[in-house]
Design a protein around this ligand. Structure first.
Ligand code: HEM
Ligand SMILES: *C1O[C@H](CO)[C@@H](O)[C@H](O)[C@H]1NC(C)=O
Ligand SMILES: *[C@@H]1O[C@H](CO)[C@@H](O)[C@H](O)[C@H]1NC(C)=O
Ligand SMILES: *[C@@H]1O[C@H](CO)[C@@H](O)[C@H](O)[C@H]1NC(C)=O
Length: 490
């Protein structure tokens, strides 16, 4: 009888396996029993970036997606533009790895659970609407001028680290613009805060690369966790300080909102809106407000500063591109050193192209990750419920729809619809779908204004082919990003 039953069982098992795995994405090479692909994660954050690139290219070759295993855990890696959007707009729950950042940002928008996120995003969207952002124009201009002035000491003095400058400037901008806090004379605060956030990002990516630290139990007993516990009070001190000061200002009817050196401006910081909501509807308690503050600072300052850094190195690498930038600036401003207005921004199409191409070429957020709470049928395969799906921004930006010159930095491609991909979802620099970046217009305005001021005042020299990058939640330059600047004769 066993002779009949055994083959039957085997047949059923095979059939079940074949049916359930019918159109799963193909496995990434290098699978080992028990550990899966975990061994590929070993190494530093430079290795991790190289791995992300390799898996992205493999996904593109495999019709858009591959499967990987970290121990028993299955991950999908998606690089097809339409599939990216489909996943991003079907599953709004973030992956488990975002839990690593919860002690820092709690239920801020980036890390919150889908249910809470839906409610909070709807309430916070108005803080980023075009009318509010128009009110930021003057502040963006004065911050860009501050950056230009601070760079003066480096003019004509050889290669220097301009990231340090743009990073501080971006942190000031976000505190001032989104939170209404003028900390521009408190240098020490920024140094400590910036290095604490840097190290926290580093801890999260080390934790991800060390498979036994994925479990909370093991992590709680590790050195990394001990260090995290030392760093968190530093970042929380900043956000708690901001909240306390804001509340005191409101009590004293001395709202800093809209006041810059006595001048009345019309911008309404994000933090004011949250406080209003919490007063009118009792929506947010202090803890939640603190979490939103941490979230906005974290999401807002570093990424913007890095984009400016990449843009300077890239434009500095190509004299013909820099020439076009300067021609356009001359056409719009002549020899004047006036502020950039909204009308100017719409005329600065080449600068806009440089901004977009920089984000396509070096995506600051190269991947995002979702938890699949349902099965999803993609163009060429099916992803199953309960797994992790990594969405590759980098892969989308290198997809064949970009043409044979996808690996080249060419702002020109953005000037003519004929040289752009004919699918609308080929750009994912701010992620895609409804859980995309809430600050994208804010970032795009402030960065284009910064570039307009810098290239009106300086000639920039760089060499991006020497740039080495690492993946620490964000894609950051390790070396080769130094530039030289020369003051322009007016
Ligand atoms: C060039 C600069 C920026 C880039 C490249 C960028 C990119 C992104 C990306 C890719 C996401 C999705 C993250 C994910 O799914 O895990 C995101 C989310 C977010 N970003 Fe940005 N961002 C930038 C600037 C900003 C700024 C200036 C702010 C605030 C003023 C901001 C606030 C946020 C917030 C709050 C979220 C979470 C949105 C949500 O889940 O609803 N970002 N950003
Ligand atoms: C994807 O679909 C194409 C046809 O549309 C097929 O030739 C190819 O084998 C499929 N790839 C995978 C990995 O299923
Ligand atoms: C790990 O530590 C955190 C607090 O730091 C605690 O909330 C959590 O329950 C701990 N988890 C385990 C499994 O020990
Ligand atoms: C928190 O900030 C205040 C000043 O705002 C400072 O006096 C205090 O030492 C800080 N605490 C920590 C833990 O950094």
């Amino acid at each position: 009888m066993w002779i009949v039953i055994l083959p039957l069982v085997a047949l059923c098992c095979t059939a079940w396996w074949v049916i359930t795995n019918k159109d799963v994405p193909p496995a990434y090479p290098g699978y080992l029993p028990l550990i899966g692909h975990a061994h590929l994660l070993i190494g530093d954050s430079i290795n991790l970036w190289n791995l992300v690139k390799m898996i992205s290219y493999k996904s593109l070759k495999a019709e858009g997606a591959v499967s990987l295993w970290i121990g028993p855990r299955r991950l999908y890696f998606v690089a097809d533009p339409n599939d990216f959007l489909k996943v991003a707009n079907t599953c709004f729950e973030k992956d488990e790895v975002y839990e690593y950042a919860k002690p820092w940002m709690g239920n801020g928008l980036v890390t919150s659970d889908a249910l809470l996120w839906k409610a909070h995003r709807k309430m916070l969207n108005p803080a980023f609407n075009p009318a509010v952002l128009d009110g930021f124009m003057e502040m963006f201009n004065s911050q860009a001028r501050r950056l230009v002035t601070s760079l003066e000491v480096e003019a004509g003095r050889g290669p220097f680290d301009h990231w340090a400058y743009s990073r501080r400037n971006a942190l000031e901008t976000i505190c001032f613009g989104a939170l209404g806090m003028d900390f521009r004379d408190k240098k020490e605060l920024f140094g400590e805060y910036a290095s604490a956030t840097e190290e926290l990002f580093n801890i999260f990516s080390k934790r991800f690369q060390t498979i036994w630290l994925h479990s909370d139990f093991m992590y709680n007993r590790s050195k990394l966790k001990k260090r995290q516990d030392e760093l968190l009070p530093i970042v929380h001190n900043m956000s708690n300080g901001i909240l306390k000061k804001k509340k005191a200002d409101i009590l004293n009817c001395d709202n800093v909102r809209g006041k810059e050196k006595g001048k009345e401006t019309i911008f309404k910081p994000f933090l004011d809106l949250i406080l209003e909501l919490s007063k009118e509807r009792g929506t947010f308690n202090d803890e939640e407000i603190r979490e939103h503050i941490d979230n906005i600072i974290m999401a807002g300052y570093d990424a913007s500063a890095i984009v400016v850094t990449y843009a300077l190195v890239l434009v500095g690498s190509y004299p013909h591109i820099q020439e076009k930038v300067c021609e356009e600036l001359h056409k719009v401003f002549g020899d004047e050193d006036r502020d950039v207005t909204k009308q100017d921004l719409s005329k600065l199409v080449y600068i806009d192209a440089v901004f977009k191409e920089t984000m396509r070429f070096y995506p600051v957020v190269p991947v995002v990750a979702r938890h699949l709470d349902k099965d999803i049928i993609l163009r060429n395969c099916t992803l199953s419920k309960g797994k992790t799906c990594i969405l590759s921004v980098y892969g989308v930006h290198r997809h064949p729809v970009w043409g044979l010159d996808a690996e080249e930095f060419k702002p020109e491609r953005w000037l003519d619809p004929a040289t752009l991909p004919d699918v609308p979802n080929a750009f994912a620099g701010f992620s895609m779908g409804r859980r995309n970046c809430i600050g994208q217009t804010y970032a795009s305005m402030s960065i284009r204004i910064i570039l307009s001021h810098i290239f009106r005042n300086y000639k920039v020299f760089g060499d991006h082919t020497k740039m080495v990058a690492r993946f620490d939640v964000l894609l950051k330059p390790v070396s080769g990003y130094h530039v030289q600047i020369e003051k322009k004769n007016k």
